[in-house]
Each structure stands twice: as structure tokens, then as C-alpha cells.
Design a binder for this molecule. Structure first.
Ligand SMILES: [Zn+2]
Length: 247
């Protein structure tokens, strides 16, 4: 029962994240106008907005103009529906809220980065501010751990951006700072390490498969997202393995 409840809440959260992904890169408000079809502009009623179910019932197209609805909508609803109960039932209670916030953040950033090549300030700056505020008020982090995490995450990526002259975007820097703000200083090094490891392997893979050329820019947010999710679930095992390797 508990799993099902968190699954439903997850799909609703996923549905909200889809709205963020569609509207925030365009500078639109999240509240107004009400949900409408991006093609024909018809206002959508609640029965067209039920997570997962509406997509299945409408067979993936708009009720009014029959244009195809992006598969991202049901996919993200399903992903959040599966991740939310997993986070709730595997993490210590104190980590649940920050973990949910960063999961939502990295999924939105991944989608806007892949779709539009940007991570909007309207996503990362509020996330940074809320991460610091949350840490100042609630455990497991303190205000200082949060600010130090933001500075370390943002600082390392700023250094790389300067050294590589544009290899890293401003959106990636602010995203990493926001993650540091939510997760605290202690968790930033592993996330940085895993993102670079994944990003390096991913870039080589894309180059090798001929999908990207050597001068093409590659979205980095998906690797940050993968690093965050891996470190949320397997941080302890990875660190234990790492230390066993050296000592
Ligand atoms: Zn339509």
C-alpha cells in the first residue's frame, strides 16, 4: 500500500516536472495559462492530465488535433513513480526530502539540456536558494555544510570551465552548486568524480560511435543526473569499496 501511494505521488510529481521542462526554458509561468496543447492551443481538462493514464487512454495523441504527445511525458511520470517509493523505502528518513529535491532537479536539468541545450536559471537558482534555506532549517546538513557544498561544486566546475574555455556551461556550474547546497559538502566529491567518469566515458563512446564530432558540445547534465542517482543509492558501498582498494 505504501509503495502504491508513493508511486502515485511520484507520477504526479513527474507530471509537474514535465510542465517545468516545457515552460521554464521559455520564460513562461508555471501557473498561467492553464495546461493546453502546444500544437492546437486547446485547453486541457483534468481527464487529459491524469499522469500515465491519460497518455494511455489517448494513445499518445491530443484529443483535439491528434498531434503526437512527446513520449517524455509518460516516461518521466513513470520514472518519478518508480524512484519516489525507492527513495522513501531505502534512504534514512532524514535524507528523503533532499534526495527527492535533487532527483527532481537533475531530471529537469537533463531534459532541458538534451532538448534545448540549456539549464535555465529559473530552474537552478531557486533550487540553489531553497537548498541553502532547507539545510539551514532541517537536518542532515547545516547552513555551513550547504554553503561549503555549493562553493565546492560550483568552484570545481568554474575552474574546469575556465581551463577548458567553454567545455562546461554556466548552467552546469549552477546545477552543481545547487546540488552541493542540498546535499552538503561531504557528498560533493563523489558526485563530481562520478560525473567526470561518466562524462568522459560517454564522450568517448559518442565519438567512437560517430554520433558526435570532436568539436560538438555534449550535454553534461545527464552525467550529473546519473552520478547523483548512483551516489544516492550506492554511496556507502562505493566509498567502502574505494577505501578497501587503498587501505
Ligand atoms: Zn492539440
Amino acid at each position: 500500500m505504501g509503495h502504491f501511494f508513493f508511486f502515485i505521488v511520484g507520477t504526479i510529481l513527474g507530471s509537474f516536472l514535465n510542465v517545468c521542462i516545457h515552460r521554464l526554458p521559455r520564460g513562461e509561468s508555471l501557473l498561467f495559462p492553464a495546461s493546453h496543447c502546444p500544437y492546437c492551443g486547446q485547453r486541457l481538462k483534468w481527464r487529459d492530465l491524469v499522469p500515465l493514464l491519460s497518455y494511455i487512454i489517448l494513445r499518445g495523441s491530443c484529443r483535439h488535433c491528434q498531434k503526437l504527445i512527446s513520449r517524455r511525458y509518460p516516461l518521466l511520470e513513470l520514472v518519478m513513480g518508480l524512484l519516489l517509493p525507492t527513495l522513501y523505502f531505502t534512504l534514512p528518513p532524514v535524507d528523503f526530502f533532499p534526495a527527492t529535491a535533487v532527483t527532481a532537479l537533475v531530471l529537469v536539468a537533463t531534459c532541458t539540456d538534451l532538448k534545448e541545450g540549456i539549464i535555465p536559471d529559473a530552474v537552478v537558482l531557486p533550487a540553489l536558494g531553497m537548498g541553502i534555506l532547507y539545510s539551514a532549517l532541517f537536518p542532515p546538513n547545516t547552513l555551513w555544510e550547504s554553503v561549503a557544498g555549493a562553493l565546492l561544486g560550483g568552484g570545481v566546475l568554474t575552474t574546469i570551465a575556465l581551463l577548458s574555455r567553454g567545455g562546461m556551461g554556466g548552467g552546469d556550474i549552477k546545477l552543481m552548486a545547487a546540488l552541493g547546497a542540498w546535499l552538503g559538502l561531504g557528498r560533493v566529491p563523489l558526485i563530481l568524480f562520478l560525473s567526470f567518469l561518466g562524462g568522459g566515458m560517454g564522450a568517448l563512446g559518442l565519438l567512437f560511435l560517430g554520433i558526435k564530432g570532436r568539436r560538438d558540445t555534449v550535454a553534461f547534465a545527464p552525467y550529473i543526473a546519473a552520478a547523483v542517482i548512483v551516489s544516492l543509492f550506492w554511496e556507502r558501498q562505493l566509498l567502502a569499496w574505494y577505501f578497501r582498494l587503498w587501505y
